[in-house]
Design a protein around this ligand. Structure first.
Ligand code: XMP
Length: 512
């Protein structure tokens, strides 16, 4: 495996992605716990990420000494390069000449790092982002690629297998970056590609069997990809020791419950309890208009329903969750202080302790795209594994103002038309998330010879990498007209459709 030492770069996770794309398992550890991670993993190579600090500051982060003493190959990127050189006896200075964005490096000497990818004398595009620069290389290093703004664009100590670069090979704007990282892990660290979803599936099944023994497992299904893949994998490991619980809170999309029933009960033959809790949620939501109050009620009620069902089943020893790697990575924060709560997210937190259950989280090491690959490996079709994310509080946070069954029904119809048109236009996979919202305002319209006075429907579609930031999806106006016409014609209760043109930030993806 490969260890990635995180110095707080925004793109550290992309390094892990590229390494795994090369078929090699890797983990990310913050710089201050990298020594423990190194001892635990015994990796064949270590990559230092970039980061926002300056090595010229007295208390900026450093790599633990053991990494240098161990003799494993090292690759420093950006801040990682600078601390690598400084810790090995080079000199780094701050520079007024900051460089961000596209740059071209010229290859001036051969290196194992770009063997078979770049040749001496060629020029290649890379993505720079740095303020400081290395002024004196650490002993043993020589420059192998250079750029006008970064004379030491790549400097290496081939004999000791230490490599450093000023640019970011992990981002797509460095077109050959993935190949350079693959060279590092395969040729330099000597790790072969054995990280595949087939191998992961086998290993996890064994692990789940060991963990669960003859215990009983309960899994809350949301209908989303993560909990579904977790459940199917666990079922493969322990069969009918697993029971899935699906809470229908009446805030689901059109036909969602039927799809879950068909997939789990009929296709996979997994024991499934479907709880019809619509009335309970609707009566609790009556009169509630504040977004946080809605979220808190739904989260609390969800746990209550789940707990009741678990008790009816005679309790369980384990609770299965589809927790992913990005939720597990301890992020390195330099700003200090807790971050502000924008929205209270909904999950089944708190339940394991209250019910004295242990957690089974078989997706903890995976990124979203890897979960999708595992889902395909387990026989889920592309359409299912490629589904857009859907929030736990469901349609409630897409109906500003009071949520009623009637308004949910109206929204379900509009949403289904919008998504059907998106699929028909072949745009579904190009979009991170698309959905309709139902506004608590009525406007005047005319249909036939009649005056109408009905609700406004908003359409949202965004592109995003991780949901943290998002851009508006630029539909063709003709597409939006088609959707608007269909919704107004086919959905009683809506007579106007608007498109949300707000990116995140300053907007959020959901409306509440
Ligand atoms: P926002 O609206 O905060 O959403 O920009 C970012 C992403 O998170 C999803 N989301 C949720 N997912 N429980 C979830 O499981 C929640 O309570 C929740 N709230 C928002 C949202 O759909 C988007 O993908």
């Amino acid at each position: 495996s490969i260890l990635i030492v995180d110095f707080g770069s925004q793109v550290t996770q992309l390094i892990a992605r590229r390494v795994r794309e090369a078929g090699v398992y890797c983990e990310i550890a913050p710089f201050n716990s990298a020594a423990e991670a190194f001892e635990r993993l015994a990796p064949k190579g270590v990559i230092f990420s970039g980061g926002p600090s300056s090595v010229t500051w007295e208390d900026s982060p450093r790599a633990p000494q053991i990494l240098f003493d161990s003799g494993v190959p090292l690759l420093g990127i950006c801040y990682g390069q600078q601390t690598l050189h400084q810790q090995l006896g080079g000199r780094v200075v701050s520079s007024d000449n900051r460089e961000f964005g596209r740059a071209f490096v010229e290859v001036v000497a051969p290196s194992a790092l770009f063997e078979g990818v770049w040749n001496v004398g060629e020029s290649h595009q890379v993505w720079m982002s740095h303020g400081d620069r290395v002024e004196t290389l650490a002993p043993g290093f020589a420059v192998v690629a250079t750029s006008p703004g970064a004379p030491f664009a790549i400097a290496t100590d081939e004999a000791n297998r230490r490599y450093s670069m000023m640019f970011h090979p992990e981002v797509v704007h460095t077109p050959d970056g993935g190949k350079l990282l693959a060279n590092f892990v395969h040729k330099i660290c000597g790790v072969s590609s054995d990280w595949s979803m087939g191998a992961y599936r086998e290993a996890k099944i064994k692990e789940i069997r060991e963990q669960v023994g003859s215990g009983r497992v309960i899994c809350g299904l949301s209908g989303g990809v993560d909990s579904s893949v977790a459940a199917i994998l666990i079922h493969e490991a322990v069969g009918s020791q697993l029971t899935c619980v699906f809470v229908d809170h009446g805030l689901l999309r059109l036909n969602e419950r039927e799809q879950v029933e068909r997939l789990f009960r009929d296709h996979y033959n997994i024991p499934l309890v479907v709880v019809d809790a619509e009335e309970r949620f609707m009566s609790g939501l009556a009169g509630v208009t504040d977004p946080e109050a809605k979220r808190k009620f739904i989260g609390g009620e969800f746990i209550a329903v789940f707990e009741e069902e678990a008790k009816k089943l005679g309790g369980a020893d384990f609770l299965a969750q589809g927790t992913l790697y990005p939720d597990v990575i301890e992020s390195v924060s330099f700003t200090g202080g807790p971050s502000v709560t924008i929205k209270s997210h909904h999950n089944v937190g708190g339940l394991p302790e209250r019910m004295n259950m242990k957690l089974v989280e078989p997706l903890r090491e995976l990124f979203k795209d890897e979960v999708r690959a595992l889902g395909r490996e387990l026989g889920l079709n592309d359409q299912f594994v490629g589904r857009h994310p859907f929030p736990g509080p469901g349609l409630a946070i897409r109906i500003p103002g009071e949520v009623t069954k009637e308004r949910c029904d109206i929204l379900r119809k509009a949403d289904a038309i919008y998504l059907e048109e998106i699929r028909n236009a072949g745009l579904y996979d190009a979009i991170w998330q698309a959905f309709a919202v139902l506004l608590p305002v009525r406007t005047v319209g005319v249909m036939g010879d009649h005056r109408t006075y009905d609700s406004v429907c908003g359409l949202r579609a965004v592109t995003s990498v991780d949901g943290m930031t998002a851009d508006v999806f630029p539909f063709d106006p003709a597409f939006l007209s088609r959707v608007a016409t269909r919704i107004v014609n086919e959905v009683q209760g809506i007579n106007r459709v608007v498109y949300d043109y707000t990116s995140k930030p300053p907007g959020t993806i959901e409306w509440e």
